[in-house]
Design a protein. Sequence first.
Length: 376
Amino acid sequence: MTTSAKPVIHILGLGAMGALLAVDLLRFTNATVVPLFRSQERLHRFQNDFNSTLAVRKLFEKDQPLLSCKLECSESPETFAGEMIKNLIITTKTYQTAEALQPYLRFIGRDTNLILVQNGLGVAEMLKEKVFTDPETQPQLFQGVISHGGFHDQGFTFNHAGLGDLKIARLPWDHSKPIQSEEDASKDRRENELVKILTEPAFAENFQTTQMTYQEMLLGQLYKFLVNACINPVTSIVDCVNGELADDSADIFSLIIDECLRVLKVAYTPLFEYETRYHGREGYPPVPVLSVLNTENMVKEVIRLGCVVNRHNSSSMRQDTLYLRDTEIDYINGYIVKLADKYQLNAKVNRTIQSLVDLRLALNRKRKLEGDMRSK
Ligand SMILES: NC(=O)C1=CN([C@@H]2O[C@H](COP(=O)(O)OP(=O)(O)OC[C@H]3O[C@@H](n4cnc5c(N)ncnc54)[C@H](OP(=O)(O)O)[C@@H]3O)[C@@H](O)[C@H]2O)C=CC1
Ligand SMILES: CC(C)(CO)C(=O)C(=O)O
């Protein structure tokens, strides 16, 4: 994989996560960052009303500095010049991914490095099954699991609310052979342009990026998935801030996690068998799957990370329901339901949670349209 003199990274989804990545990539690497907007109208708003300037306020730093940068180039489907895309970061919401990619598919090929930086599960599987079906043009696919917290302020200014980290790994195209060696990972660190940029010391230290094998990243992804499968829907359904759940949520979290793990153990068998099959094997890292992904530990971790560390946070899904936006429930609890159907397993708890989130959103939208009956 050749490295460009001044590498170009396209970002599809210049929202909270996209903005955090864009600003720090511009601060700490020599990459040219090019946002891909949904339409020429949104592109012109960025270019004309905001002078192509993006800003991020680091809320967790002393004096909460506002870091802004002017982007040399930005595009939309109507203006895209048509060169092949070398590096693509996708930070749209999960359910927006396929539609957002559509206008750029002909510019994505085997030499495109594409990383998904999103919560949930199922987007990579959707892309393999429905979008990148031709082995001749399938991109180099990566996943990022991000725990930074961010939210929109106004215009193209975003708030970096919580300093987290970013775990990245190459995704296997062949789901039956997911396990990677440490050499597989270090080869990408040596040769893959996007991985090299995201692991450049200055950027990696500031953004807390670590590149790893797929199995190491997947442990982190399933951990975060279980946190989101509990906090996001429950705070949305009962309409509360994360910290309000700290004392009374162990039972519902246990029901959700127990069912999720029963399904995930079947869908991701190689991960749950990794410690047995690869114990002490040279060139394969230890991955503490079973001591992390068990109900007792995860109930404690969900409460710690979701309700204590992030106690003042309104979960991203609750924010979506309050602002009457679609939610990512189909890629979180709803994905467990999909996997359960695939493997003929029961997922009534997650199906109920999914239905209650949809009801919450529908009720909020109805109240907006028809008024709130509680006050009549
Ligand atoms: N926010 C957070 O703290 C965290 C978020 N995450 C995850 O990261 C992912 C992104 O979340 P977040 O950044 O909050 O989401 P946002 O809604 O802030 O950003 C999504 C962006 O995608 C853009 N977009 C949507 N459709 C298209 C399209 N067709 N073409 C181009 N752009 C498009 C939207 O622009 P438009 O205005 O045009 O709709 C928006 O700017 C999610 O999976 C989320 O769960 C993970 C950890 C924390
Ligand atoms: C960690 C948590 C649950 C913080 O609210 C989050 O990731 C989200 O809100 O999406």
